[in-house]
Each structure stands twice: as C-alpha cells, then as structure tokens.
Design a protein around this ligand. Structure first.
Ligand SMILES: O=C(O)CCC(=O)C(=O)O
Ligand SMILES: [Fe+2]
Length: 328
C-alpha cells in the first residue's frame, strides 16, 4: 500500500486566484472505495424498500451505477435523492426526512490528510461547517429537466458566501470540493472565475423559470471569462467563499460524483445556525474533537426534530429578488 504524505499548499496562489487544486490528498483504495461501497449498499437497500412499497416499479439492478441511479430518480423525482445527501433541505423537513450519516462519510470529514491540508489554509483549530453535500450526477441526458440545479444536476454560478446567511461574511469559511472519481470537463467538473474573490459579494438572484430554480449570479455581473477546473480522483479543489463557481453539464456516460465540505476556524459562525457543526481538529484542546460518528448522527437527528417542529419558513440567504439587477 502506498503511504501518502500531506501535500504542501501554495497559499500565495490561493490568495491570488481564489481557488487551488491540491492533488494526492486521499488514498483512492483506503479512503474513497469504502465510501463508494457505503453508497452502493444504500442504493441497494433503498431500491429494495421502494420496490416493496410501490414508490418505484423496479430496482434497475441490472444497470451500471449511473444508469441505475438515473432510472430510480426519474421514477422518484428529485426528492428521491434526499436519502443520499449529508444535509437537510431548508424547508419541508419532517421526522421522516432521510439523510445519510454513514461512518465512511464521517471518516471523510475527519480525514487526517485532508485536515492537514485544511490546517495549512485556516490554522489548527478546525470546525466542520454543516453546509455540506454529496452530488452524484448521472449523465444529464438521462434525467428530466426538473433535476437542473438539484444535487444531481448542473449547478448555476454563485459564491458560497452568497448562499449562506450574512453571519458568514467575516469568517474564513473554506470550501473543499472533492471528486470521488476523476472530475473532467466532459463529466461536469466545476468552473471558476479566477480572482473573482477580490471583488466582494456579488448580487445573487432567485431563479424565475423551471430550468433556473436556484439562486444565481446573473451573467452581466459575472462577465464572460471562466476556467474549467478538472480534479483527479484523490485530489480536491479548495475555494475561497467569494470565488464565483458553477458546474459544467455531465455529458459523459458515467457519474460525476463529488462531496463538498466546508471548514473554518473554531468559534466562527457557519451561516446555517440551525445545522450542527463540530470540532474536527483542535491542537489546543484535542478533547473537544468529535470522533464518534454516532454522536454526529445524533446531532443531525436532533436538528431534524427541531426543523420538523417549526412552522415558520427559514430564511437561508439575504436576497429578496427585488435587487435591480434581478429585474432583467
Ligand atoms: O458540484 C457542484 O455541482 C457544485 C458544488 C459547489 O457549488 C460547491 O462545492 O460549493
Ligand atoms: Fe458552491
């Protein structure tokens, strides 16, 4: 087995460009294959359950993973992906809302070499920010249009600071986007606007049509220039909270599978106060680190009970849609 050493981070480049690809963080066999296995088992058990209760007509088990997931999702609709995600939707949560809190995912959040890399960006007191997702995107030609801007479809232009509450503005929230398999231009890697983190927060507009449901930065603010950023398996793309980014479409035959995780120094607000954060690493107080995946799962279950019990709509970002640039 190869023993990986922690890669060195080119911080000067990150500060200048607002993004940085760091290769060779994860051992594909030791760190990533078990995550894939955990999700394959989940897909198996969900399809068994959904066939049994009539949610879907068949289990698509004869198909390769990408086609199988697409088949299941086309029958279930976008809500069928929620059991795979590692966070909750903002509204409409009930005690029955599913979430995936597997120990392999928790292991990724606390991965030793990943935290060594994160430490080079933000220092040794590291909070895991609960704005986190898994995105397992089948080829887009296999999915209906309603999946655009969901976790399994193409993502519109935004800054991560723009999709969180203003309490995150003065923090050093760092996005860590990591592909489970090679992310390429063909299968829908991310694109960035290099240097866009130096111009502050851009206005985000709510989507108006079905194909643009999500909050996004209008093209006239973003400009024309962007760069696709392929990331090989084992690596990760780090983004400043104000770097404009989007994803390309998955035009390949396979899945485009990634996790997006976020970290920040302990003590800073996360931008999603009702979701649970935890100390992933603390050199000054190691006893404060959360090491038990079951405790992590319990925290999310408590959050679910809270969200299921409230009746008001939660405001998750600062935008109203009345900003002049959104009228166009
Ligand atoms: O993977 C995607 O499509 C979008 C990811 C993203 O916006 C993020 O990681 O902040
Ligand atoms: Fe993002």
């Amino acid at each position: 087995m190869t023993v990986l050493t922690t890669p060195n981070v080119d911080l000067a480049r990150f500060r200048e460009q607002g993004y940085l690809v760091v290769e060779g963080i994860f051992d594909p066999v030791a760190d990533l294959d078990p995550v894939v296995a955990e999700y394959s088992a989940l897909l198996d058990s969900l399809t068994d359950e959904w066939v049994a209760n009539g949610t879907i007509k068949r289990d698509y088990r004869e198909l390769p993973f990408a086609e199988r997931l697409a088949g299941v999702l086309n029958e279930s609709g976008p809500s069928g992906f929620q059991p795979f995600d590692i966070s909750f939707p903002f509204n409409g949560v009930t005690e029955a809302t599913r979430i995936h809190l597997g120990s392999q995912v928790f292991g990724l959040l606390r991965n030793e070499r990943l935290l060594n890399v994160v430490e080079q960006f933000i220092g040794p007191e590291i909070l895991s920010n609960p704005i986190q997702h898994v995105r397992i995107k089948p080829p887009s030609r296999l999915l209906a249009k309603e999946f655009r801007n969901t976790l399994v479809g193409q993502t519109d232009w935004h800054q991560d600071q723009g999709v969180a509450l203003p309490e995150v503005d003065e923090t050093e929230m760092l996005t860590c986007w990591m592909p489970v398999f090679d992310a390429t231009e063909e299968n829908g890697c991310l694109c960035v606007v290099p240097g866009s983190h130096t111009n502050g927060l851009a206005t985000h507009c709510p989507g108006k049509t079905d194909a643009r449901k999500a909050l996004h930065i209008p093209d006239e603010i973003r400009g024309d220039y962007y760069l696709p950023v392929p990331v090989p398996r084992g690596g990760a793309l780090f983004l400043h909270r104000q770097t404009m980014h989007a994803s390309l479409d998955n035009k390949s035959q396979g899945v485009r599978w990634s996790f997006d995780l976020r970290y920040q120094p302990v003590g800073q607000p996360t931008g999603r106060p009702w979701f649970p954060d935890f100390v992933a690493r603390s050199r000054s107080n190691p006893a404060s680190e959360l090491r038990d995946p079951q405790v992590w799962a319990q925290m999310w279950h408590k959050t679910r009970t809270y969200l299921a019990g409230i009746t008001e709509t939660i405001k998750t970002n600062r935008w109203t849609g009345n900003e002049p640039v959104c009228a166009a």
